[in-house]
Design a protein around this ligand. Sequence first.
Ligand SMILES: Nc1ncnc2c1ncn2[C@@H]1O[C@H](COP(=O)(O)OP(=O)(O)OP(=O)(O)O)[C@@H](O)[C@H]1O
Ligand SMILES: [Mg+2]
Length: 118
Amino acid sequence: MRGIEIVKVGYDYAGAAGVVTALREVSFDVGASEFLCLVGRSGCGKTTLLNLVAGFLPPTRGEIRIGGETVKGHGLDRGVVFQDFAQLFPWRRSATWSSASRCAASAPPSGRRPHAAS
Ligand SMILES: Nc1ncnc2c1ncn2[C@@H]1O[C@H](COP(=O)(O)OP(=O)(O)OP(=O)(O)O)[C@@H](O)[C@H]1O
Ligand SMILES: [Mg+2]
């Protein structure tokens, strides 16, 4: 099964002082069920890349595919837990966050728990 394919992706922000190139020619694959951590200094583009994979931003250059399909916007097949405290409830456990996407996709409770545990 194909996972996530990031192909020569770039992203430019239109900043007040001009164009800010946040990402330039980023390419890598993530296999199905593979666990990946993005590590880098502040401002290197981690959040920008996550927003592109989530479909919240369109790539300026390149292409992102999930399961062979080009990402053209957000969808219930993806979930994002933002780093902002206002959106990351400290009382909620990781399994509950994971099952929340199945809840949003209207999966019955019996179908959520195995997904959250895997
Ligand atoms: N809305 C925006 N307008 C202009 N430039 C932006 C905008 N958002 C981010 N940037 C710039 O894009 C670059 C990448 O930012 P990004 O937030 O993706 O980095 P990050 O790796 O997530 O950083 P951090 O570790 O601090 O969360 C930085 O130079 C940042 O200043
Ligand atoms: Mg960030």
